[in-house]
Design a protein around this ligand. Structure first.
Ligand code: NAP
Length: 282
């Protein structure tokens, strides 16, 4: 049986470590505050925002919520971001995506002060990550590196195949695995012989957004498999991009869905909030 990579436990461990750090800051009179901005009524976004606020509460970070109506204009949102950028009390700014269709997400994300960009999506921070400078790392990929390290999966010199090249998961994931000295291959919808390429992987990371797409024939015996996907099936249960029942018997270690990558994303956001204090005090 494969090792189950327990994202729930690992994320709780990290949150408890962060809680201690937050308490130390408080002893020095430093309070950490994150602004969470949501526009519109998307029910999934409402759940994500609530989870982020709960995590803040758990580790002792203050969160200030801005819930704006769907019809908010891009200019109004930019004005709010400008105000939060200039507000010394606010350490981190998170704008929940997706934004309503009449807004340009790139313009909005670029407007956030890169020193308060706790999602790690600002081009300045993406560039810093590329060249290996200390900065905010995108939460989902950073969480996956933590999962692998804390499960004692050896990374150096390993073949890592990442399926998916999105700006929020696939691309940054590949850069972080390169930094860990893996040999990295990035696959996407035009990759030829995807199964054959995937079978090279010692570590296979799947972020394609297609339920149970990766079956046993994509996986080398003894590979570690990380499933980023999350989908609600007709029976109401959650599944990932990997067919867990088929792949688990072949794998050395695997993340379940739910309880694998998912809990790490919010936890790494909290880690970035703490990092914001360090980055802003330089
Ligand atoms: P995305 O922006 O839709 O990107 C999907 C990527 O998969 C694209 O690069 C696409 O290639 C590639 N792809 C699609 N079909 C493929 C195929 N048949 N063969 C090979 N590659 C294929 O998705 P994303 O934002 O990265 O998210 C991926 C999944 O992770 C989703 O299920 C999402 O819900 C989940 N997710 C989970 C978390 C979490 O916290 N657990 C966080 C973020 C995302 P092209 O570039 O060629 O189109």
């Amino acid at each position: 049986m494969a090792i189950l990579i327990d994202g729930k436990k690992i994320s709780t461990d990290i949150k408890d470590e962060l809680k201690v750090e937050v308490a130390k800051y408080k002893e020095q009179g430093i309070k950490i505050t994150m602004a969470v901005v949501k526009v519109g009524e998307d029910p999934a976004s409402a759940v994500y925002v609530r989870n982020k606020q709960k995590a803040c509460e758990y580790i002792g970070i203050d969160s200030v919520a801005y819930e704006l109506p769907e019809e908010t204009s891009e200019e109004e949102l930019l004005e709010l971001i400008d105000k939060l950028n200039k507000d010394d009390v606010i350490n981190g700014i998170l704008v929940q995506l997706p934004l309503p269709k009449h807004m340009n997400e790139d313009i909005i994300l670029d407007a956030i002060d890169s020193k308060k960009d706790v999602d790690g999506f600002h081009p300045n921070n993406v560039g810093k990550m590329m060249v290996g400078k200390e900065t905010f790392l995108p939460c989902t990929p950073a969480g996956i590196v933590e999962l692998l390290k804390r499960t004692n999966i050896e990374l150096e010199g390993k073949e890592c195949v990442v399926i998916g090249r999105s700006n929020i998961v696939g691309k940054p994931m590949s850069m972080l695995m390169l930094k860990e000295n893996c040999t990295v291959t990035i696959c996407h919808s035009r990759t030829k012989d995807l199964k054959e390429v995937a079978r090279r992987a010692d570590i296979l990371i799947v972020a394609i957004g297609k339920p149970k797409f990766v079956t046993a024939d994509f996986v080398k015996d003894g590979a570690t498999v990380i499933d980023v996907g999350i989908h609600r099936m007709e029976n109401g249960k959650l599944c990932g991009d990997v067919d867990f029942e088929q792949v688990e018997p072949k794998a050395y270690a695997i993340t379940p869905v739910p309880g694998g990558v998912g809990p790490m994303t919010v936890t790494m956001l909290m880690a970035n909030c703490l990092r914001s204090v360090e980055l802003q005090n330089r």
